[in-house]
Design a protein around this ligand. Structure first.
Ligand code: HPA
Length: 250
């Protein structure tokens, strides 16, 4: 079973038939997911709004363990995660998307593992390549299919390094200069520990990142939530089309 984890701008499912709301109890917290279906087809998937219905949870308060444990309990074996990001790489214009192939985690004070010695014994996963290559390729094929079908193509960066910061505040210009020196191409607040928790439970996981602003200090203009929401609204049309395509391919 495939799951889509919706991020900022994708807390509600639009254009999909919603079948069932499921509330699951995990050892970490309750998690609410929805079973949905694409169009009139028979392809079903699980949808989990990362920030909760109505986008109430800030990135540092999301119970990532409850979400990934719930998906695993439902038999999810593949996840496409949608993440809004600030652009560091000059090609990642707001409104364009990336399918990152690496990440650096700068977040802290989050529950980062199922192997915390309480429920499960200590264990170390291989995380050299944090994203699932088969899922990345599926997302990339889906972006090509959507682009070949529509008049206005969306630029897609087929790779890149995702920096996960703690939030909820945006970064300082100096922090972004440091991330750029570290080799980061985009910055968001929700990519970790989601990706490593999925790996711990052997779920194939990849991200579709939508650039919604230039990261701090990279544009003359201040970063405003109004601008971010405007880009999110238009960009999510492409993201929804890509998700539809990914589900149909599954
Ligand atoms: N920084 C961190 N997270 C983000 C940003 C940003 O500039 N834009 C969207 N998510």
């Amino acid at each position: 079973m495939l799951a889509i984890i919706g991020g900022t701008g994708l807390s509600e499912l639009q254009g999909f038939e919603q079948l069932e709301k499921i509330a699951l109890k995990t050892p970490y917290a309750r998690s609410k997911v929805r079973l949905a279906r694409v169009g009139s087809g028979d392809k079903e998937f699980i949808f989990l709004p990362r920030h909760g219905a109505g986008h109430k949870l800030p990135p540092h308060e999301i119970n990532y363990r409850a979400n990934i444990a719930a998906l695993s309990d439902l038999g999810v074996s593949e996840i496409v995660a949608v993440n809004a990001v600030g652009a560091i790489h000059g090609d990642l214009l707001p409104g364009t998307v990336a399918v990152p192939n690496q990440l650096i985690d700068y977040s802290y004070s989050r529950d980062v593992s199922f192997y915390d010695g309480k429920l499960k014994k200590v264990h170390h996963i291989d995380f050299s390549n944090p994203y699932s290559e088969p899922i990345r390729q599926r997302i990339l094929r889906a972006t090509e299919a959507v682009n070949s079908d529509s008049k206005t193509a969306c630029e897609v960066m087929a790779g890149g390094t995702y920096a996960c910061t703690q939030g909820p505040r945006l970064e300082t210009a100096a922090e972004i200069r440091r991330l750029a020196q570290d080799g980061c191409d985009m910055v968001g607040m929700t990519g970790m520990p989601e990706a490593s928790l999925a790996r711990e439970l052997e779920i194939e996981y990849a991200s579709l990142a939508l650039s919604v602003n230039w990261a701090a200090g990279l544009s003359e203009d201040p970063i405003t939530l109004d601008d971010i929401h405007a880009v999110l609204e238009s960009g999510m049309e492409f993201v929804s089309a890509v998700i539809t395509e990914v589900v149909q391919q599954s």
